[in-house]
Ligand binder design. Structure first.
Ligand SMILES: Cc1cc2nc3c(=O)[nH]c(=O)nc-3n(C[C@H](O)[C@H](O)[C@H](O)COP(=O)(O)OP(=O)(O)OC[C@H]3O[C@@H](n4cnc5c(N)ncnc54)[C@H](O)[C@@H]3O)c2cc1C
Ligand code: SF4
Length: 511
């Protein structure tokens, strides 16, 4: 029997309700999944990220076969593998004599562009796994000079009906309870055990493949314990609902030595590759709130991340790619310091955040934003190098979500389009939200001198060198007034220490 139609399923599209699958008939059509070098090599992805995607793809292919689908699966080491997705598509269209090809829109502009230029006519399907479609976001954003997540989020609350009273007002009398979600972790509170998943035969094969092919990429494979099937992703989610969600809000921004996960869900990678469904997750969280199992600040905070931030960054990405990736509002040119790949620096906060990233391909939001991101912002690192690092090292990193978070939120390289002010902070913020500073070679209470916390002088240096661009920002007005009240000698001391730290970075010093 000739296959009439073929669906290409990408490694981050492992959902049974994917529109391109729904459009086909398992009785007569075929599905193609391919592991290709072009996708593993365009940045040096963390080995655990590659293992996750390949293992989840192989499990999904098995599940599709069990559902009666005819699946063509191309393994990375298949001698006929052309090495790219356009190449595999061309090869299999010819081999199966497919007359129609169906693809759900990609997560990455780069790949969608490659497929559109592949010469294969494709029927494209909108990705219904997101709450806000690409066009819908453009309509919302039209005519706005600056976008604000908060207003978009309220639209999404109205659209989904989540945490709304019968009259459409927000439950609890406010849309956002973020002010309650900034507590440091008290010593007596311990994070729950993490849910771990052991490797079955499929995953073990993949781990061997990845260990052999990608040992030159930064990051360890040893602690791989991530879910690779829908059932295990579900178990990870249930574990979070039962043990971590109630405290998620309170300690959302907290950081602690030796605690990589705290009360975070660790579901981003499973969600981004299609093992979990965003609407289901939000419904579960809302139900837990109505049952009285979790406080409102936890439920609202979690739902905001999913229907607010996650959908918002995706909308911005698709509205402005590919030029968004080139933005560099501060004109930064400094290369990414080598210690981002090794974690070898005397700054405890940085060594903790980078160290756990290398070990688990994971750091939580505040570590990404206020530690590694904050340092890159203050040190004036070139945004594209910072973005490539985030894209490589995190298990959940796909361009549509990583790029706006890094380039827009962290580096403020879009000039304030995504966020109203740079998330710059001195060591005082890290001290308040963590116990890192007590165990650091530097003194967070000092700003100048050899022992002084590098974040402190770099913070003021950043504000001084970008005064022209930033002093008019009303959210930074108080900070600039504080700077202006400092004596000339103090300002000169901070500037000199900042210059010295930047010169040391330029000389390859890991600080
Ligand atoms: C510089 C930087 C880069 C980032 N890169 C990525 C990335 O490549 N992929 C990614 O999924 N997230 C990214 N994030 C957002 C966030 O850090 C991760 O989603 C989160 O840490 C994942 O861990 P978790 O599942 O335990 O999340 P939790 O803290 O438990 O949060 C729950 C969920 O909310 C969603 N979420 C939270 N914040 C964001 C956000 N800002 N943007 C999008 N979704 C969000 C995620 O799906 C996450 O799983 C980035 C953040 C920053 C500051
Ligand atoms: S003292 Fe500074 S460098 Fe050290 S952990 Fe604290 S904030 Fe980080």
């Amino acid at each position: 029997m000739t296959t009439r139609r073929l669906a290409l399923i990408l490694g981050d599209q492992l959902s049974f309700d994917l529109p391109s699958l729904q459009a086909l008939d398992p009785q007569q059509d075929a599905v193609l999944l391919a592991e290709v070098a072009a996708e593993t090599d365009y940045v040096p992805h963390h080995p655990q990220k590659i293992a996750l995607i390949f293992s989840a793809m192989r499990h999904f292919a098995e599940a599709l076969r069990e559902h009666g689908w005819r699946v063509q699966y191309v393994a990375l080491d298949d001698p006929d593998n052309s090495g790219s997705l356009p190449g595999e598509l061309q090869r299999w269209v010819a081999q199966l004599q497919a007359t129609e090809v169906h693809v759900t829109e990609c997560g990455e502009w780069r790949l969608e562009d490659q497929l559109k230029r592949s010469g294969v006519p494709i029927t494209w399907h909108a990705d219904s796994r997101f709450i806000c479609g690409r066009d819908e976001f453009v309509q919302w954003a039209e005519g706005r000079k600056q976008l604000r997540m908060e207003f978009f989020y309220r639209e999404m609350r109205r659209k989904t009906g989540l945490l709304l009273n019968g009259d459409g007002t927000p439950v609890g009398g406010a849309w956002n309870f973020d002010a309650e979600n900034r507590k440091a972790l008290p010593k007596q509170i311990k994070a729950p055990m993490t849910a771990r998943f052991s490797a079955d035969a499929i995953t073990q094969d993949v781990l061997v493949l990845v260990a052999g092919r990608f040992s030159h990429h930064y990051g360890s494979l040893a602690s791989f314990d991530y879910p690779v099937t829908h059932a295990d992703a579900e178990a990870l989610w249930q574990h979070f609902l039962d043990f971590a969600l109630p405290a998620f809000g309170d300690y959302q921004d907290a950081m602690a030595v030796g605690e990589p996960f705290l009360f975070h869900a660790r579901i981003s990678a499973a969600l981004n590759i299609g093992l979990l469904d965003v609407r289901r997750l939000c419904a579960d969280v809302e139900a837990a709130y109505w049952r009285g199992q979790v406080p409102l600040n936890a439920a609202e905070g979690f739902i905001r991340q999913l229907i607010g931030w996650r959908e918002y960054v995706r909308g911005i990405y698709w509205m402005h790619m590919p030029e968004y990736a080139e933005r560099n509002a501060f004109g930064n040119t400094r290369p990414l310091p080598e210690f981002y790949w090794t974690g070898k620096t005397r700054m405890k906060c940085m060594s903790q955040a980078i160290g756990q990233t290398l070990e688990h391909a994971y750091a939580h939001h505040i570590q990404r934003l206020m530690v590694t991101g904050n340092f890159a912002l203050l040190a004036g690192i070139q945004p594209s190098q910072v973005c490539d690092w985030y894209l490589a090292v995190y298990m959940d990193a796909f361009d549509w979500v990583e790029l706006p978070n890094t380039l827009g939120m962290v580096m403020h390289a879009d000039g304030g389009y995504l966020g109203s002010k740079p998330y710059c902070a001195s060591g005082q913020y890290i001290k308040r939200m963590s116990n890192y500073c007590g165990d650091c070679a530097y003194k967070v209470t000092e700003s100048v001198g050899e022992q002084a916390c590098p974040f402190n002088a770099l913070y003021w240096h950043f504000l001084m060198r970008h005064r022209e661009q930033l002093s008019g920002n009303h959210r930074l007005g108080m900070i600039y007034r504080g700077l202006d009240k400092m004596s000339d000698a103090k300002q000169q001391g901070l500037w000199a220490r900042g210059e010295q730290l930047l010169a040391r970075l330029d000389a390859g010093d890991a600080l």
